[in-house]
Write a protein that binds this ligand. Structure first.
Ligand SMILES: C[S@@+](CC[C@H](N)C(=O)[O-])C[C@H]1O[C@@H](n2cnc3c(N)ncnc32)[C@H](O)[C@@H]1O
Length: 248
């Protein structure tokens, strides 16, 4: 069973936390820019939340792929309830062979599942295979430059990161994300790979100009109470970061 099968409903709900909307969604769509008419592959699409947003913002075709059948069940249920013409598939991103190329490959929290440079390279090769020349790879990921001393500063936003006792950040180290939701917690692990590894492994697979982008916050959409949180601190010591690269 894929890790997310058992937390699919909790994870889906977590996407409506204030930081997800005011920072994550805002930053990603600023970076994506105008996507009208684009063909987009949403890798590690989860319950399809970004697949739907991409389609609603004008993407002509959206295909979502995720390892977890529980997540894809949720995505397909949404598609049945409110059809947007999105195709969803269960599959491992690194093994993907859709036989189709896209203008954009989008990946929210996929790369941080690579446990080694080889696994990151395998993701990168699959992404290149599904991008047309000049197509963009855009997404969001664990911020490898986030200092472990700051991992609990996000508690007021509803989640923290942690390392195993005594662990330090070397390639492959597990980083546990714990979410505090309603009256319970749930958690999952990501894996640390150093910031330079991303640029190197992606370039090796033909994805150039890899760059990390700072987060941006749109406080206008928050309630007055949520606006009082330390958003400047969240952005300055960002737990996650956006990125983009271009297929040569
Ligand atoms: C943090 S969730 C993000 C889901 C979605 N992108 C979002 O932003 O809501 C990470 C997702 O990556 C999926 N995943 C992990 N490893 C994967 C792989 N090798 N191939 C495809 N999906 C993978 C998990 O099943 C999970 O749904």
């Amino acid at each position: 069973m894929a890790e997310y099968d058992s937390i699919a409903a909790d994870y889906k709900k977590s996407k409506f936390a204030p930081w997800r909307i005011a920072v994550e969604v805002h930053s990603l769509f600023n970076l994506l820019g105008d996507i009208r008419g684009a063909r987009v592959l949403d890798l590690a699409c989860g319950d399809g939340i970004y697949s739907r947003r991409l389609r609603e913002r004008g993407a002509a075709r959206v295909v979502g792929v995720d390892l977890s059948s529980g997540m894809i069940d949720l995505a397909r249920a949404e598609e049945t309830a409110r059809p947007l013409g999105i195709d969803y598939h269960v599959g491992a991103a690194q093994d993907l062979e859709l036989g189709e190329t896209f203008d954009i490959v989008f990946a929210a929290y996929l790369l941080n599942y690579a446990r080694s440079l080889d696994e990151l390279a395998a993701f990168a090769r699959a992404i290149t295979k599904h991008l047309r020349p000049g197509g963009r790879f855009v997404g969001i990921n664990n911020n490898p430059a986030h200092a472990p001393e700051r991992y609990t500063a996000t508690r007021p936003f509803g989640f923290v990161k942690s390392l195993q006792p005594g662990a330090s950040l070397v390639n492959g180290t597990a980083i546990t994300y714990t979410f505090f939701q309603d009256d319970h917690t749930f958690h999952f692990d990501n894996f640390y790979l150093d910031p330079q590894a991303h640029a190197t492994e992606l370039a090796g697979a033909g994805l150039e100009d890899f760059a990390w982008y700072p987060l941006q916050a749109d406080l206008s959409i928050l309630t007055p109470q949520d606006r009082t949180l330390d958003w400047d601190g969240f952005v300055a010591s960002a737990p996650v970061l956006c990125f983009s690269a271009v297929r040569r």
